[in-house]
Design a protein around this ligand. Sequence first.
Ligand code: LLP
Length: 420
Amino acid sequence: MHHFHYVSHTLFCEEVPLSKIAEEVGTPCYVYSHATLVHHFRVFDGAFSSVEHHTCFAVKANSNIAILSLFGSMGAGMDIVSGGELYRARKAGIPAKKIVYSGVGKSIQEIDYALSEGILMFNIESFEELERINERARELGLRAPIALRVNPDVDPKTHPYISTGMKKNKFGIDMKFALEAYEVAKKLDYIEIVGVDCHIGSQLTDVAPFVEAIGKIRELVNELRRRNIDIRYVDIGGGLGITYDREEPPHPMEYAEAVLNAMRGLNCCFILEPGRVIVGNAGILLTKVLYTKKTPTKKFVIVDAAMNDLIRPSLYNAFHAIWPVHLDPSKEEEVVDVVGPICESGDFLARERPLQIQAYGDLLAVMSAGAYGFSMSSNYNSRPRAAEVLVRGRDYEIIRERESWKDLIQLERIPKWINL
Ligand code: LLP
């Protein structure tokens, strides 16, 4: 569900024609719908309203502080994976007590920052990290609230790059060693065990792997309690998929029902870490056609957005629908590759895609780009990163300015001993 729709053959975000944004802000440009963001957050969070829970939005999916702040205003917490994400979340006004910190490689600087802010819990991914956090907490005279991220060895049946809960993945502590790790944690003076965590992967389109993982978590929680280890929080990560093409993921209500059923009787506070399901379909990447080009075997539509703006097609061969901003019912479709200006053959947004005939200046919307779009963008080929716009009803605001050429070199220095 989203608020991008045609009115007399022109694509709108809520009540704003995308052509107006292209004209005033330029392209490429990310456009998000406030109404979709609010709706998705409410539906997801509301699906868990029968139990005590925190919905901690996965900042990596979309890190713009305006969007974090919007979720914060609806009561969201945040799931972070770096000091930078903690900084963003705090700047966006999110209380530290609603922030959980995951990730396999937390540095000392990041641990100290999170400890001094007083976050809700660290999701710990290894024995060494447990020792390191204990040491840092001792150094700062604090106690670190922790959960151990366990790896339940469940196949989420998603793209291998975004599956995280299988034995071969780098994430979490193997289920076999989980009890031992909790016993170690119990003996550490500056560690306070508060929970259990797991996250098995992203873009899951079936509830079965979640239910399987939760079954294992539940057994673990019961055993820990038998051993007098108090577990207050059970964090089941994120991962619920969305429709990019023809996928039929479970509705958040269905997901919540399955999860809560698998958890029934466990008296605890649940933590959810959704990312994509909240923001994915709430954003598009708006781009303009620069050239069209025919080769003996192909037809290319060359646009002003590229893999540096949206890397998902290049990296995961991901499908993003492409909608013309102006539909012309008299125009025929042709099969094209939509590509960017970057000097790599892997720089494409769509391949072998039927699309109405395009010409210089036409606008296209790359759909479902709200998650892992801007947040994974880069400056490759010295391309300034795109602007981000948030639409609300008839109005819109720029929530991130387009970078300039000057911004590109701002942090660079030419040593004096290079004489030109
Ligand atoms: N929690 C943890 C610990 C995670 O690692 C992730 C995502 C999430 C929550 C949120 O997952 P979501 O609800 O968004 O599926 N760049 C890839 C996705 C990478 C996901 C990484 N972890 C993509 O564009 O598909």
